[in-house]
Design a protein around this ligand. Structure first.
Ligand code: ADP
Length: 166
């Protein structure tokens, strides 16, 4: 059985992420979406909230499971019996970073390879941070976020703004 891991911060999960999840789930027997801690990012949602949101938007895909980890990705993959990491590759910006991460993960765990799925053209420039920036304005988010999480996302943005205006 081929098990793949799709890691990321998913803060929050976007339609671009969901597109990669659906395509990877078609390729592999089992796909584990893993919410990782990124020390350089200050998340809007807790790790558990991000897991719950991804579970909600992937509930119709039977071979997808959602998990979280605070450890090293290469170790996590070994524990799960996976030899493939899936990554989405957007225009330009992702390449350098992802190439470096793939080499490092392979060095730490030589059984581990990284496979890249190119972003669909409509999601090429979409990132969680762009959506968070747009949220400050009254923009229709339905092209960017899965419908199921839009109310929760807007609620969180409103709460943060209220806190900031106090
Ligand atoms: P972000 O950069 O949006 O905060 P993450 O750190 O959660 O994203 O990214 C997890 C993975 O998903 C990475 O491999 C990233 O390149 C990929 N990804 C993010 N947004 C998209 C998108 N719009 N299309 C395809 N892949 C994407």
């Amino acid at each position: 059985m081929k098990i793949a891991i799709y890691p990321g911060s998913f803060d929050p999960v976007t339609s671009g992420h969901l597109n990669i999840i659906r395509r990877a789930a078609n390729i592999f027997d089992r796909l584990i979406v893993c919410v990782m801690v990124n020390a350089g990012k200050n998340p809007m949602f807790s790790q558990q909230e991000r897991v719950d949101m991804i579970r909600r938007v992937t509930s119709d895909i039977p071979n997808v499971e959602v998990d979280s980890s605070i450890g090293l990705l290469a170790d996590y993959a070994r524990q799960k019996g996976s030899c493939v990491i899936v990554k989405g590759l957007r225009a330009g910006s992702d390449f350098e970073n992802e190439f470096q991460m793939a080499l490092i993960n392979h060095k730490i765990n030589p059984n581990l390879d990284t496979m890249f799925l190119t972003a669909e053209h409509q999601y090429m420039y979409l990132s969680s941070s762009t959506v968070k920036e747009l949220a400050a304005y009254d923009v229709d988010l339905s092209d960017f976020l899965p419908e199921q999480i839009i109310p929760e996302f807007k609620q969180r943005v409103a709460t943060i703004h209220q806190g900031g205006n106090r």
